[in-house]
Write a new protein. Structure first.
Length: 299
Protein backbone atom coordinates (compact mmCIF):
# COMPACT_ATOMS: atom_id res chain seq x y z
CA UNK A 1 0.00 0.00 0.00
CA UNK A 2 2.81 2.42 0.87
CA UNK A 3 4.43 1.78 -2.51
CA UNK A 4 1.16 2.50 -4.27
CA UNK A 5 0.72 5.81 -2.42
CA UNK A 6 4.31 6.80 -3.22
CA UNK A 7 3.80 6.11 -6.93
CA UNK A 8 0.50 7.99 -6.93
CA UNK A 9 2.01 11.06 -5.26
CA UNK A 10 4.93 10.96 -7.69
CA UNK A 11 2.52 10.88 -10.59
CA UNK A 12 0.55 13.84 -9.25
CA UNK A 13 3.72 15.84 -8.72
CA UNK A 14 4.84 15.13 -12.26
CA UNK A 15 1.41 15.80 -13.77
CA UNK A 16 -0.20 18.42 -11.52
CA UNK A 17 -3.79 19.50 -12.03
CA UNK A 18 -3.95 23.27 -12.51
CA UNK A 19 -7.15 25.23 -12.36
CA UNK A 20 -7.83 27.03 -15.63
CA UNK A 21 -7.06 30.74 -15.71
CA UNK A 22 -9.47 33.49 -16.53
CA UNK A 23 -9.88 33.63 -20.33
CA UNK A 24 -10.76 36.51 -22.62
CA UNK A 25 -12.26 35.32 -25.90
CA UNK A 26 -11.54 37.70 -28.79
CA UNK A 27 -14.28 37.61 -31.43
CA UNK A 28 -13.00 38.99 -34.74
CA UNK A 29 -16.21 39.52 -36.71
CA UNK A 30 -16.15 37.61 -40.01
CA UNK A 31 -18.43 38.19 -43.00
CA UNK A 32 -21.90 36.79 -42.46
CA UNK A 33 -21.74 36.86 -38.66
CA UNK A 34 -24.55 38.76 -36.94
CA UNK A 35 -24.00 42.19 -35.44
CA UNK A 36 -23.24 41.66 -31.75
CA UNK A 37 -23.92 44.05 -28.84
CA UNK A 38 -21.64 44.57 -25.89
CA UNK A 39 -22.65 45.20 -22.28
CA UNK A 40 -22.38 48.99 -22.69
CA UNK A 41 -24.66 49.29 -25.70
CA UNK A 42 -22.12 49.26 -28.50
CA UNK A 43 -22.72 47.01 -31.50
CA UNK A 44 -20.06 45.46 -33.70
CA UNK A 45 -20.23 43.97 -37.17
CA UNK A 46 -17.95 42.83 -40.00
CA UNK A 47 -14.20 43.45 -39.57
CA UNK A 48 -13.26 44.85 -42.99
CA UNK A 49 -9.61 43.92 -43.37
CA UNK A 50 -9.66 45.20 -46.96
CA UNK A 51 -9.95 48.75 -45.58
CA UNK A 52 -6.53 48.16 -43.99
CA UNK A 53 -5.09 47.14 -47.35
CA UNK A 54 -5.30 43.35 -47.07
CA UNK A 55 -6.97 41.11 -49.64
CA UNK A 56 -9.92 39.60 -47.79
CA UNK A 57 -8.90 35.95 -47.86
CA UNK A 58 -9.10 33.28 -45.19
CA UNK A 59 -5.30 33.10 -45.11
CA UNK A 60 -4.93 36.86 -44.58
CA UNK A 61 -7.59 36.90 -41.88
CA UNK A 62 -5.87 34.04 -40.07
CA UNK A 63 -2.50 35.78 -40.29
CA UNK A 64 -3.87 39.09 -39.01
CA UNK A 65 -5.96 37.56 -36.22
CA UNK A 66 -3.05 35.45 -34.98
CA UNK A 67 -0.67 38.41 -35.15
CA UNK A 68 -2.99 40.54 -33.00
CA UNK A 69 -3.56 37.71 -30.52
CA UNK A 70 0.18 37.05 -30.21
CA UNK A 71 0.83 40.71 -29.48
CA UNK A 72 -1.97 40.74 -26.91
CA UNK A 73 -0.45 37.72 -25.16
CA UNK A 74 2.97 39.39 -25.11
CA UNK A 75 1.52 42.53 -23.54
CA UNK A 76 0.03 40.55 -20.64
CA UNK A 77 2.54 37.71 -20.32
CA UNK A 78 5.98 39.01 -21.37
CA UNK A 79 6.32 41.48 -18.52
CA UNK A 80 9.74 41.59 -16.82
CA UNK A 81 9.90 39.81 -13.48
CA UNK A 82 11.59 41.19 -10.38
CA UNK A 83 14.84 39.46 -11.27
CA UNK A 84 14.88 41.26 -14.61
CA UNK A 85 13.75 44.62 -13.24
CA UNK A 86 13.63 45.43 -9.51
CA UNK A 87 10.57 47.64 -10.09
CA UNK A 88 8.54 44.64 -11.19
CA UNK A 89 5.87 43.18 -8.85
CA UNK A 90 5.93 39.84 -10.70
CA UNK A 91 7.95 37.03 -9.06
CA UNK A 92 10.60 35.29 -11.12
CA UNK A 93 9.22 32.40 -13.12
CA UNK A 94 5.66 33.80 -13.02
CA UNK A 95 3.27 35.65 -15.32
CA UNK A 96 -0.17 37.24 -14.99
CA UNK A 97 -2.91 34.64 -14.58
CA UNK A 98 -5.01 35.37 -17.67
CA UNK A 99 -5.40 33.67 -21.05
CA UNK A 100 -6.59 34.78 -24.49
CA UNK A 101 -8.11 32.80 -27.34
CA UNK A 102 -9.86 33.56 -30.62
CA UNK A 103 -13.50 32.50 -30.71
CA UNK A 104 -17.10 33.46 -31.30
CA UNK A 105 -19.65 34.93 -28.92
CA UNK A 106 -21.88 32.14 -27.64
CA UNK A 107 -19.21 29.47 -27.97
CA UNK A 108 -17.08 28.40 -24.99
CA UNK A 109 -13.33 29.01 -25.38
CA UNK A 110 -11.21 26.40 -27.10
CA UNK A 111 -8.98 25.99 -24.03
CA UNK A 112 -11.86 24.55 -22.00
CA UNK A 113 -11.85 27.33 -19.41
CA UNK A 114 -15.09 27.72 -17.50
CA UNK A 115 -14.66 31.40 -16.63
CA UNK A 116 -14.54 33.56 -19.74
CA UNK A 117 -15.67 36.87 -21.21
CA UNK A 118 -15.80 38.21 -24.75
CA UNK A 119 -14.24 41.19 -26.52
CA UNK A 120 -15.51 42.16 -29.97
CA UNK A 121 -13.30 43.38 -32.83
CA UNK A 122 -14.94 44.83 -35.94
CA UNK A 123 -16.84 47.74 -37.45
CA UNK A 124 -18.72 49.89 -34.97
CA UNK A 125 -22.36 49.73 -36.01
CA UNK A 126 -23.33 51.54 -32.83
CA UNK A 127 -20.65 53.44 -30.89
CA UNK A 128 -20.47 56.56 -28.70
CA UNK A 129 -18.99 58.74 -31.46
CA UNK A 130 -17.51 58.44 -34.93
CA UNK A 131 -13.93 58.52 -33.66
CA UNK A 132 -14.27 56.22 -30.62
CA UNK A 133 -11.61 53.51 -30.93
CA UNK A 134 -13.03 51.16 -28.33
CA UNK A 135 -15.00 50.85 -25.13
CA UNK A 136 -15.22 48.53 -22.15
CA UNK A 137 -17.13 48.13 -18.90
CA UNK A 138 -14.83 49.26 -16.09
CA UNK A 139 -14.05 46.46 -13.57
CA UNK A 140 -16.38 44.05 -15.41
CA UNK A 141 -13.94 41.16 -15.06
CA UNK A 142 -11.93 42.08 -11.95
CA UNK A 143 -11.60 45.04 -9.62
CA UNK A 144 -8.27 46.21 -8.23
CA UNK A 145 -8.50 43.70 -5.37
CA UNK A 146 -9.16 40.73 -7.63
CA UNK A 147 -12.89 40.54 -6.97
CA UNK A 148 -15.44 39.82 -9.68
CA UNK A 149 -18.77 41.65 -9.65
CA UNK A 150 -21.75 39.39 -8.97
CA UNK A 151 -23.73 41.60 -11.35
CA UNK A 152 -21.61 40.66 -14.41
CA UNK A 153 -22.45 37.09 -15.48
CA UNK A 154 -19.87 34.74 -16.90
CA UNK A 155 -19.82 34.76 -20.70
CA UNK A 156 -20.76 38.42 -21.13
CA UNK A 157 -19.39 40.69 -23.91
CA UNK A 158 -17.46 43.20 -21.81
CA UNK A 159 -16.11 45.49 -24.50
CA UNK A 160 -15.50 46.31 -28.14
CA UNK A 161 -12.79 47.53 -30.51
CA UNK A 162 -14.06 49.59 -33.46
CA UNK A 163 -11.76 48.83 -36.38
CA UNK A 164 -13.34 51.43 -38.68
CA UNK A 165 -12.32 54.19 -36.25
CA UNK A 166 -8.78 52.81 -36.02
CA UNK A 167 -8.60 52.58 -39.81
CA UNK A 168 -9.56 56.26 -40.00
CA UNK A 169 -6.86 57.59 -37.66
CA UNK A 170 -5.12 60.70 -38.93
CA UNK A 171 -1.80 62.48 -38.34
CA UNK A 172 0.21 59.35 -39.17
CA UNK A 173 3.58 58.90 -40.84
CA UNK A 174 3.31 57.47 -43.43
CA UNK A 175 -0.21 58.76 -44.05
CA UNK A 176 -1.29 55.38 -45.49
CA UNK A 177 0.14 53.36 -42.57
CA UNK A 178 -3.24 51.77 -41.81
CA UNK A 179 -4.47 51.37 -45.39
CA UNK A 180 -1.40 49.85 -47.06
CA UNK A 181 -1.59 46.28 -45.81
CA UNK A 182 1.25 46.74 -43.33
CA UNK A 183 0.93 43.85 -40.86
CA UNK A 184 3.04 45.43 -38.12
CA UNK A 185 1.25 48.81 -38.12
CA UNK A 186 -2.18 47.18 -38.28
CA UNK A 187 -1.36 44.68 -35.52
CA UNK A 188 -0.08 47.31 -33.11
CA UNK A 189 -2.90 49.78 -33.83
CA UNK A 190 -5.68 47.25 -33.25
CA UNK A 191 -4.01 45.37 -30.41
CA UNK A 192 -3.09 48.59 -28.59
CA UNK A 193 -6.78 49.43 -28.30
CA UNK A 194 -7.71 45.82 -27.52
CA UNK A 195 -5.15 45.48 -24.71
CA UNK A 196 -6.17 48.94 -23.41
CA UNK A 197 -9.89 48.07 -23.28
CA UNK A 198 -9.21 44.71 -21.60
CA UNK A 199 -7.14 46.68 -19.09
CA UNK A 200 -10.26 48.65 -18.20
CA UNK A 201 -12.20 45.43 -17.58
CA UNK A 202 -9.56 44.31 -15.07
CA UNK A 203 -9.56 47.59 -13.08
CA UNK A 204 -7.16 49.96 -14.90
CA UNK A 205 -8.03 53.61 -15.60
CA UNK A 206 -6.31 55.98 -18.01
CA UNK A 207 -2.75 57.24 -17.70
CA UNK A 208 -0.75 60.22 -18.94
CA UNK A 209 2.06 59.32 -21.32
CA UNK A 210 4.15 62.06 -19.75
CA UNK A 211 6.08 60.89 -16.68
CA UNK A 212 4.94 57.26 -17.10
CA UNK A 213 7.61 54.70 -16.21
CA UNK A 214 7.47 51.57 -18.33
CA UNK A 215 9.73 48.49 -18.40
CA UNK A 216 11.35 49.28 -21.75
CA UNK A 217 10.63 52.98 -22.12
CA UNK A 218 7.74 52.38 -24.52
CA UNK A 219 4.53 54.44 -24.41
CA UNK A 220 2.04 53.13 -21.84
CA UNK A 221 -0.90 51.01 -22.98
CA UNK A 222 -3.35 52.85 -20.75
CA UNK A 223 -2.44 56.24 -22.24
CA UNK A 224 -5.16 57.84 -24.33
CA UNK A 225 -5.50 60.43 -27.05
CA UNK A 226 -7.92 62.23 -24.75
CA UNK A 227 -4.88 63.14 -22.63
CA UNK A 228 -1.55 63.13 -24.48
CA UNK A 229 -1.05 59.98 -26.60
CA UNK A 230 -0.28 60.90 -30.23
CA UNK A 231 -1.78 58.69 -32.93
CA UNK A 232 1.71 57.95 -34.25
CA UNK A 233 2.44 55.94 -31.07
CA UNK A 234 -0.41 53.58 -31.96
CA UNK A 235 1.59 52.20 -34.90
CA UNK A 236 4.22 50.71 -32.61
CA UNK A 237 4.59 48.57 -29.52
CA UNK A 238 3.36 49.82 -26.17
CA UNK A 239 3.44 48.28 -22.70
CA UNK A 240 1.90 48.45 -19.24
CA UNK A 241 3.53 50.91 -16.85
CA UNK A 242 5.16 50.51 -13.49
CA UNK A 243 3.97 53.98 -12.48
CA UNK A 244 2.45 57.19 -13.76
CA UNK A 245 -0.29 59.75 -13.23
CA UNK A 246 -3.87 60.14 -14.40
CA UNK A 247 -4.70 63.78 -15.09
CA UNK A 248 -8.32 62.78 -15.75
CA UNK A 249 -8.50 61.92 -12.06
CA UNK A 250 -6.80 64.95 -10.59
CA UNK A 251 -3.29 63.68 -11.31
CA UNK A 252 -3.77 60.55 -9.19
CA UNK A 253 -0.71 58.32 -8.97
CA UNK A 254 -1.03 54.94 -10.70
CA UNK A 255 0.97 51.73 -10.21
CA UNK A 256 -0.58 49.66 -12.95
CA UNK A 257 1.62 46.57 -13.03
CA UNK A 258 1.16 46.15 -9.29
CA UNK A 259 -2.57 46.71 -9.79
CA UNK A 260 -2.69 44.03 -12.49
CA UNK A 261 -1.02 41.57 -10.12
CA UNK A 262 -3.59 42.40 -7.43
CA UNK A 263 -6.46 42.08 -9.90
CA UNK A 264 -5.38 38.93 -11.74
CA UNK A 265 -2.79 37.17 -9.59
CA UNK A 266 0.18 35.34 -11.07
CA UNK A 267 0.98 31.75 -12.00
CA UNK A 268 4.13 29.81 -12.86
CA UNK A 269 5.14 30.26 -16.48
CA UNK A 270 4.24 27.06 -18.38
CA UNK A 271 7.26 24.93 -19.17
CA UNK A 272 8.02 24.88 -22.90
CA UNK A 273 11.63 23.74 -22.92
CA UNK A 274 12.59 20.19 -23.86
CA UNK A 275 12.98 18.26 -20.57
CA UNK A 276 16.29 16.85 -19.45
CA UNK A 277 16.72 13.05 -19.76
CA UNK A 278 16.37 12.62 -15.98
CA UNK A 279 13.05 14.47 -16.10
CA UNK A 280 11.82 12.18 -18.84
CA UNK A 281 12.73 9.13 -16.74
CA UNK A 282 10.89 10.50 -13.69
CA UNK A 283 7.85 11.33 -15.81
CA UNK A 284 7.85 7.81 -17.18
CA UNK A 285 8.01 6.36 -13.67
CA UNK A 286 5.07 8.51 -12.59
CA UNK A 287 3.03 7.53 -15.65
CA UNK A 288 3.76 3.83 -15.18
CA UNK A 289 2.78 4.13 -11.52
CA UNK A 290 -0.55 5.70 -12.38
CA UNK A 291 -1.25 3.08 -15.03
CA UNK A 292 -0.39 0.26 -12.57
CA UNK A 293 -2.73 1.72 -9.97
CA UNK A 294 -5.52 2.01 -12.52
CA UNK A 295 -5.07 -1.63 -13.57
CA UNK A 296 -4.98 -2.80 -9.96
CA UNK A 297 -8.10 -0.82 -9.14
CA UNK A 298 -10.03 -2.59 -11.91
CA UNK A 299 -9.52 -6.07 -10.43
Amino acid sequence: MRARITLLLLGLLLFPLRAEALTIVVDFKDFGEPVTPDIIGGEVGFFDIASFGFADTTANRTTLYNSILSELERDYHDIPTVGQNPLSPIPDGHELDIDFVIGDVGTAPSNGDTEFYYMLVGTGVVKPSANTLGQAFQDAVRDSSGNHSIFIPNGIVVGSVFTDSINGLGFLTPPNALTSGNLSFTTHAINGTLAHEIGHTVSLDHLDKALAVTPNGLPPLMATGAIDLPNQDRLFDREFSFSGFDSQDGGAARMYLSQLVDALGTRPVPLTAVPEPSTIVLAAVGFVGLCWLRRRGGR
